[in-house]
Design a protein around this ligand. Structure first.
Ligand code: ADP
Ligand code: MG
Length: 723
């Protein structure tokens, strides 16, 4: 049968595993070699042009047209030397993926020949006919067209391809009326807002810096399975996750995979992908086996949030494209396999001044500590005030299978500080008591904080938002999601807190009060209101769910519950105030996310019905026929048919259960919910999801009794363990 053929093929296939050779070209030499980065710019641009471009990149000043022409021309020459034939404006529509349309450099010269051309205008602005991207009503096709605008803060690069390489220009995607049609624009706006507010705080501490930016290091989890299994599963192929599959006898219980030796074929694939990423200037740093069988992680060194977001998209894209070369398929879905861990993306986040000072680093002098406490308390206040907005950013039909499922953080947003920092905050809040656990004294601006541990000993994997020494780690983000959304919200809510704190401190210090004293008075007040969000215990436990409810923390259990918060009054006000999303932009995102939820669930529901009817039920009926034959033969031969008769009855009744469940699912699919997209999403959640689960439960039971040679789709025990 097909499955046995696949297994045979895998066992006998030989993939070329030595495509990269670090002896020939070490990553020191190839790193950034396909990027139009600062050193290439310095080399290829005249001094004034280089300086103007750098000012634009570092300070956000606008670039004048003559300079854009000079930059474009240098970029084109560089790209042609690298074998590029085309250029593209890469943008990030609200699908959460990236989009590109290639244009060739070719331009007819009028005498029957052609020349390569690339103007400043083509560099700065493009107009893709992108009317098929979701806009949530922002952009009726006949109204405002969208255009792409060059983002000079994310460098252009060459996407290598033996069939002609492409110069890729990262861009923002905006409607002609100025509304953001993408994920990059709001992120850039939120970074701007945070910079403005953080600079006010730094100014109070006597520091003048020109820019503060947020930094992000996303740890990316994913699965790699043999591509033959992948192609034999319509659910993996079309929905990215298995909609059927009995629990394998061996899952992840032995915990023998975590940090284990990486299989050779997987290692070859990783090294190949990493080589390409090095060339693209993506600073990937770590790789290891994750908890679930066939699950892995790749993590880069942190960068500014905009670049980190672009680079994370590249990491996913490059791995996805490289895997087939090794006969593998990469799965970025949040929950490709039920019953074992799903995949997430730990979003490590901090703030940094342009001279490189990490503003969440405790530091070693009282002065530094006071500043650290202000920034840290600002984050605590932000998460306490807007937990629902943070929750929304990690919602989605895929991540619903993961959040709160005792493998990923619960849907309740809380902060883990670790014992020592928690103790400091407790002392701070009480105001009076000044001794810390270490026996020292806690007086802002006077005493030194104890050194906070950054080691793994102080980790709490059950917390969605954890302080880890000099950064916060937002762990609820899904593996396939763009990190733009979570960071946009994080930046905005922290901006609001910094704004609040700066305003208070400016007021009292203007009246002559000493800054340290002002901080010492303000922070306890904030902590009193915000401490409900601090929790150091086990986030998976039943007690925490009760306790969280008592504390009044929201528990938005699924995407549909969460989505409604996007258009809440406080959300509309907050994002408008910091000019990150206007009302129309927020409403469009609400619509898109509702529609997306419905589409994902509907595709899965259709696939479930299709696979049950055309693959699983036929296999079951074949087996039933076989067993019925055994019963008849036994009886004819005059022996008792007890065993086969029992089996036949069990089979018969379970096939009926399955068929009934499928009929119910079909009825759900045939019914179209009326009302707004939000009503549709409720219907999908309340009717389609349970109906699908019922079909799966019945089918998975049958998988455990039907003859193995008749089972039509690769099983969990094969997909996860045959490497
Ligand atoms: P872990 O033990 O969780 O792997 P690491 O210290 O290796 O912790 O960091 C994980 C990620 O956090 C890496 O991508 C790293 O670059 C990133 N990171 C470290 N410092 C910062 C920072 N200041 N801002 C944002 N990300 C950071
Ligand atoms: Mg981590």
């Amino acid at each position: 049968n097909g499955r046995q053929n696949i297994i045979h093929n895998i066992a006998t296939s030989r993939h070329k595993l030595d495509n990269v050779n670090f002896k020939e070209s070490h990553f020191k030499e190839i790193f950034g070699s396909n990027v139009f980065n600062e050193s290439v710019q310095r080399e290829r641009l005249s001094k004034p042009v280089f300086k103007a471009l750098q000012r634009t990149i570092k300070l956000g000043t606008t670039l004048d047209a003559a300079i854009a022409d000079a930059v474009a021309s240098a970029m084109k020459d560089w790209a042609l030397e690298k074998g590029a034939t085309h250029f593209t404006h890469l943008f990030q529509p609200m699908t959460g993926l990236t989009a590109e349309k290639h244009d060739s450099f070719l331009s007819p010269s009028g005498d029957g020949n052609a020349i390569a051309e690339f103007s400043g205008k083509e560099l700065c602005q493009g107009e893709p006919d992108a009317s098929s991207f979701p806009s949530g009503g922002l952009r009726a096709t006949f109204e405002a067209r969208g255009y792409t605008a060059w983002d000079p803060t994310s460098p252009a690069y060459i996407q290598e391809n033996p069939n002609g390489s492409t110069l890729v220009i990262p861009t923002a995607f905006i409607s002609w009326t100025g509304e953001a049609l993408d994920k990059k624009t709001p992120l850039l706006r939120s970074m701007e807002a945070l910079s403005t507010q953080a600079k006010r705080i730094l100014k109070l501490f006597g520091k003048d810096c020109s820019k503060v930016f947020t930094t992000v290091g996303p740890e990316q989890e994913y699965f790699l399975i043999d591509s033959q299994f992948f192609f034999a599963r319509p659910d993996l192929l079309n929905a990215g996750r298995t909609l059927f599959g009995a629990n394998p006898p061996k899952g992840q219980e032995l915990e023998d995979q975590y940090f284990g030796a990486i299989p050779e074929r997987v290692l070859a694939c990783m090294a190949d992908a990493e080589t390409q990423l090095f060339k693209l200037g993506v600073p990937v740093k770590t790789r290891h086996n994750e908890v679930a069988p066939s699950q892995y992680e790749i993590a880069p060194i942190f960068e500014d949030s905009n670049l980190a977001t672009d680079h994370n998209q590249l990491v996913m894209e490059v791995i996805r494209r490289t895997a087939p070369k090794y006969g593998l398929a990469a799965l970025f879905h949040e929950k490709p396999f039920a019953g074992i861990n799903g995949s997430g993306k730990h979003n490590n986040w901090s703030m940094s001044s342009d001279d490189g000072e990490n503003l969440l680093n405790p530091g070693s002098t009282p002065h530094e500590n006071a500043q650290f406490l202000v920034f840290c308390v600002a984050v605590i206040r932000a998460v306490a005030k807007y937990p629902e907005l943070l929750r929304v950013t990690v919602s989605g039909a895929n991540n619903d299978h993961r959040l709160g499922a005792n493998e990923a953080p619960p849907a309740i947003i809380s902060i883990f500080l670790g014992d020592q920092l928690q103790d400091i905050m407790d002392q701070l809040e009480k105001g009076a008591a000044k001794s810390t656990k270490q026996g020292g004294f806690m007086e802002i601006g006077v005493s030194v904080l104890p050194k906070l541990p950054k080691d793994a000993g102080d980790r709490n994997r059950t917390s969605p938002f954890a302080f880890t020494g000099n950064k916060f780690e937002f762990r609820a983000v899904g593996s396939s999601q763009s990190i733009a959304g979570p960071n946009t919200v994080l930046n905005t809510i922290v901006s609001e807190s910094l704004d609040f704190i700066a305003t208070e401190l400016e007021k009292v210090t203007a009246g002559g009060k000493n800054l340290n004293l002002a901080v010492q008075e303000l922070l306890p007040k904030i902590l009193k209101d915000s401490k409900k969000v601090l929790f150091n215990g086990d986030g998976y436990s039943e007690e925490w769910h009760k306790e969280a409810e008592k504390r009044g923390l929201p528990n938005l259990k699924n995407t549909v519950d969460a989505l409604a918060k996007i258009v809440s009054k406080e959300s509309l006000e907050l994002f408008a105030k910091y000019k990150v999303y206007n009302e129309a932009e927020l409403r469009s995102r609400f619509t898109i996310l509702c529609e997306n939820y419905v589409k994902v669930v509907t595709v899965e529901a259709k696939l479930t019905s299709f696979m049950a009817k055309t693959m699983i039920i036929p296999a079951c009926l074949r087996y039933q026929t076989e067993v019925a034959g055994a019963v008849a033969t036994s009886k004819a031969a005059g022996v008792e048919a007890t065993t086969s008769m029992e089996l036949l009855k069990t089979l018969n009744s379970q096939i009926i259960t399955l068929s009934t469940a499928v009929a119910k699912l079909d009825a759900v699919l045939a019914h179209h919910a009326s009302g707004e997209p939000y009503d549709h999403s409720k219907y999908s959640r309340d009717a389609a999801v349970p109906a699908m689960n019922e079909v799966r439960a019945a089918a998975d039971k049958l998988e455990a009794i039907v003859a193995d040679d008749l089972w039509p789709i690769p099983t969990y025990r094969e997909m996860l363990f045959i490497k």
